[in-house]
Design a protein around this ligand. Structure first.
Ligand code: SF4
Length: 709
């Protein structure tokens, strides 16, 4: 607690949303009611500011639309008609339906559905794992985000935090690659601006001239899915013009000769054909990047969302090793610096409960799982949704809705608001917001642990996710000790407080200042020391993974996976699955590449129901290049249909050259029931995987756009 009087107290909070910044907050409470949420001014990285999404967090907490009591469905599925019931009645019904389903079909007929609707170590991604692993449910693979990027990064560098974002101000050449930092990583921006004041150049590589690209010194509008070719072409120039850091390469890398042979397959002229970037720009970029040190690359999540996304990240990862960028403060690469957080997998997942051979179903294919398109035996008979909203956030929206409408599917949704998914629930459970519960936060964007202290009592009968699973475990008769731990006890269990990176921190310090930095090296690889099998940067990877490998954190801690296709240990370029090169017939019918963009005012589907955020964001639009619009007789503001064989959605057109010809961009996160003609972008996205980590290949989707007659 920061301060307290009889009338007023200020407590430490932490933003729970799916964002790399994990802001430290101060929450002011007067007479039991929170009256102000603001950024913690002392936090060295988030520096006292919250983004526009969360600065009005109390509108969310005290929204009249909050779910505050358990409810049972009384109308048709999807009708949104519910009656209030007691917690006892809700838990009894869930337990009795689960027991009946287990008796009739086996425990794998129950499937959880969850993601990063909350990022806390207590209430977030892993909060239900112990319960569902103990239950013996289907394991829900959750690879919506960074599972592919992480695999590629680990193959090259191992689990290192890489370049600490706190040091970006020391960089002289910054590449934001597939990262719209001004909307999705806003607290990195001041560090970039400091670097620019000191003479740094900012380059943004992105098919779209995003808000960030508009602010850059140089925007490179690469074709979607061709980033690996661009990185391989850069390496071709760097190697053939002898711009490598030969000493660094010799001492601290492996596989240079093999990489050299591989990049010779990608001369700039050929790369220009693939990427749509002129030869002279490829050459200039390569030269500037190699010569200007310290150079740093911040990669975004979007890179992985293609058939060849993993190898794209692998190729980009090789660049800093080649030019010795790691030697310098502020040089190297930033992926997701979460790897040093000493999270105790045996506690957060309880993988000891998992029976070998337990079925795994990927949530990106939830629609196929629920409709029977995936041949599952037993079929999914119960779905338990928490921390996510699959109707808007998963692919093949029409299939998900059809599956949720099944009368024989028992669906439970724990939520703060009546989302598109909650509308289809049989039982809805009320969940707390962050200022109503305790949590401890890691970050995938910086290297601070942040404490979130409950500021107010839970509203209505809302409970934290931790308490939800304690209650469910008790109702199911699970008497394991792990289901009896209080939140305070869990907070002491989920991290290894004795790990070397924690040597300067304990719970007392977190209570005193709200956050504490891991004890990480700010120039971690000046002399190699990569946590790979070889101890070096691996251009030629020795990590034994194949296309089915998924980092266990993304699959309830389960480490077994069936053999898949071998992954080339050298980076390479793979064309998009839906492209002229790979499928000319499809590309003839659906010639436009569809990209999804995160709106500035929403975080995934969070905040997309709140009036202020909807007003600020405006209605959803599809951005189409003037050339493509002209061909189709489309003018600004007309309602168009964006469609392919999977489905369709309707939105007004925004005609703009911020997107390349051949590429259309639509926003992700708008609620289906609040959208024109009742569908959103995920009606048209593909439920296919990238080449690594079963990542959602959402950016590998072709569509056509036509006027609605
Ligand atoms: S969404 Fe991100 S930037 Fe906004 S307050 Fe939360 S952590 Fe900070």
């Amino acid at each position: 607690m920061v301060s307290s009087t009889n009338e007023k107290s200020v407590v430490y909070g932490a933003c729970p949303h799916d964002c790399p910044d994990t802001c430290s907050m101060l929450v002011t409470v007067e007479k039991g009611r929170a009256v102000k949420v603001e950024g913690h001014p002392d936090h060295p990285y988030t520096r006292g500011t919250l983004c526009g999404k969360v600065s009005d967090y109390l509108d969310r907490v005290y929204s009249p639309d909050r779910i505050l009591y358990p409810m049972r469905r009384v109308g048709q599925k999807g009708s949104g008609q519910f009656e209030q019931i007691s917690w006892d009645a809700a838990l009894d019904e869930i337990a009795s339906r689960f027991k009946q389903i287990i008796n009739d079909y086996g425990s794998e007929a129950i499937m959880p559905s969850s993601y990063l609707g909350h990022e806390g170590l207590l209430n977030g991604l892993t909060v239900g794992d112990a319960f569902f692993n103990r239950l013996g449910s289907t394991i829900a693979e959750r690879t919506f985000c960074i599972s592919c990027t992480s695999t590629a990064y680990l193959m090259t560098y191992g689990p290192t935090h890489g370049t600490d974002p706190d040091t970006f101000s020391h960089s002289q050449y910054i590449i934001l690659w597939g990262c719209n930092a001004l909307s999705t990583n806003v607290h990195l921006w001041p560090f970039i601006q400091e670097a620019r004041k000191n003479g740094a150049k900012l380059v943004v590589i992105d098919p779209v001239r995003t808000r960030t690209a508009q602010q850059a010194d140089w925007h490179i509008p690469v074709r979607p899915g061709t980033d690996s070719a661009l990185a391989l072409g850069m390496m071709n120039v760097i190697i053939n013009e002898n711009l490598i850091d030969a000493d660094y390469v010799e001492k601290y890398t492996v596989g240079y000769e093999e990489l050299k042979q591989r990049v010779n397959e990608y001369p700039p002229e050929q790369v220009a054909e693939i990427t749509g970037i002129p030869v002279e720009d490829i050459v200039t970029l390569a030269r500037e990047y190699a010569i200007t040190q310290p150079s740093v690359i911040r990669i975004g999540v979007a890179l992985e969302k293609q058939a060849g996304g993993g190898q794209g990240v692998r190729a980009i990862c090789c660049l800093p090793g080649l030019v010795g960028a790691w030697r310098h403060l502020g040089g190297g690469m930033l992926q997701a610096p979460m790897w040093p957080f000493p999270i105790r997998g045996e506690v957060v997942h309880r993988p000891n409960f998992i029976k070998p051979g337990t079925r795994v179903v990927n949530q990106w294919q939830l629609g196929r799982a629920l409709t029977g398109e995936l041949a599952l035996d037993p079929p999914i008979k119960a779905l338990f949704v928490y921390n996510c909203n699959p109707v808007t956030q998963s692919a093949e929206q029409d299939k998900i809705v059809a599956g949720l409408a099944r009368e024989d599917l028992f669906t439970v949704v724990s939520e703060q608001f009546m989302t598109d998914t909650a509308d289809y629930a049989d039982i809805v459970l009320p969940s707390t917001t962050q200022i109503e519960n305790l949590d401890l936060m890691f970050s995938w964007g910086h290297t601070y642990v942040t404490l979130n202290v409950p500021a107010i009592a839970p509203l209505g009968e809302a409970i934290p996710n931790t308490e939800l699973f304690r209650r469910l475990a008790a109702r199911m008769g699970f008497d394991d000790e792990c289901f009896k731990l209080s939140d305070e006890e869990l907070a002491m269990e989920v991290l290894d407080w004795s790990a070397p990176v924690m040597q300067n921190m304990d719970m007392d310090l977190l209570k005193q200042q709200g956050y504490a930095k891991l004890d990480v090296n700010l120039v971690p690889h000046a002399e190699g020391n990569f946590p790979t099998p070889s101890g070096k940067c691996e251009f030629l990877s020795s990590m034994k993974v194949d296309s089915n490998y998924v980092v266990p954190v993304f699959r309830q801690g389960y480490e077994e996976y069936p053999p898949g296709e071998p992954i080339d240990p050298l980076p390479t370029y793979t064309p998009q699955r839906e492209s002229v090169q790979s499928n000319p017939e499809l590309a003839n019918r659906y010639p436009l590449s569809l990209l999804s963009a995160k709106p500035h005012q929403f975080i995934n589907s969070c905040f997309a129901n709140l009036p202020k955020h909807l007003k600020l964001q405006g209605e959803p639009k599809v951005i189409i290049n003037p050339e493509d619009a002209l061909k189709r007789g489309i003018v600004e503001g007309q309602i168009v249909k964006v469609f392919n064989d999977r489905g369709a959605f309707q939105v007004p057109a925004k005609v703009s050259d911020i997107t390349r010809p051949g590429v259309v961009v639509a926003p992700l996160g708008y609620w289906r029931k609040l959208s024109h003609a009742g569908n959103t972008i995920n009606a048209a996205t593909a439920a296919t995987f990238a080449d690594m980590g079963h990542a959602a290949a959402v950016g590998d989707s072709l569509v056509e756009v036509a006027l609605v007659s």
